[in-house]
Design a protein around this ligand. Structure first.
Ligand code: FE2
Length: 230
């Protein structure tokens, strides 16, 4: 169980970004339970977005384009929690060994409903596998934006001793930090899940590359700007 107990001395951190929990894991959690104990006088709501509704809201052409792609996920925001002294770097390396980057379908199939779900999020998704950085950023920006559309959202206003259980496989959430410096205390339990899958075959890396007309790699692949050998 994780306790979130935030106030003026312990500001909330890292939850005011759209995400589904811990997608840097090979098998991200199935769901999360959050129970409110102390609720601020105002603010501190949690936003939820249905990423299956968000998928349904894309054009047929975009749905086809993103189906079969894969994305790389990493515990990237948590890297800032490690200091730069040797002992902390050692701990970070151990964490990296335990959680190597995870590859998940960009569109996962929900194992119960069979619905398609956009499964990339700005907190943990690094990039689209097989695309260069510019393409990947443009596409991810569009997909991240889908969670921000109010029609796909539910906004939960907490009352003491209420509990919310959400499906982490199809829902993203965002905890609003507007109550700071007031106190807000919640308890969280995360439920073990399975590895995400897609019922659409994965698009081979070479196929993605050929779409952007990759040239054969040769010794002159840097256009004559390759680092010079001394
Ligand atoms: Fe979360």
């Amino acid at each position: 169980m994780i306790v979130f107990d935030n106030d003026a001395d312990n500001p909330p951190w890292g939850t005011d970004v759209w995400h589904s929990d811990e997608t840097f894991r090979e098998a991200p959690p199935l769901g999360t339970m959050l129970r409110a104990l102390i609720v601020p006088e105002y603010g501190g709501d949690t936003l939820f977005a249905s990423m299956s509704a968000a998928y349904d809201g894309l054009s047929d052409r975009m749905q086809q384009f993103i189906s079969g792609l894969e994305a790389v996920h990493d515990f990237k925001p948590f890297r800032n929690l490690f200091d730069s002294d040797p002992a902390s770097r050692e701990k970070l390396r151990a964490f990296e060994d335990r959680y190597p980057p995870a590859v998940h379908p960009v569109v996962r199939t929900h194992p119960v409903s069979g619905r398609k779900v956009i499964f990339v999020n700005p907190q943990f998704t690094l990039g689209i596998k097989g695309m260069d950085d510019a393409e990947s950023r443009a596409l991810l920006g569009l997909l991240f934006h889908q969670a921000e559309i109010p029609e796909y959202q539910y906004r939960h206003q907490w009352a003491p001793h209420t509990m919310v259980l959400w499906d982490n496989r199809s829902v993203q959430h965002y905890a609003i930090h507007d109550y700071y410096p007031n106190r807000r205390k919640l308890e969280r339990i995360t439920i073990k899940g399975d590895k995400p899958y897609s019922d659409v075959p994965t698009v081979a890396l070479e196929v993605v590359r050929s779409r952007k007309g990759a040239r054969a790699i040769s010794h002159d692949a840097h256009g004559g700007h390759a680092p010079k050998q001394e």
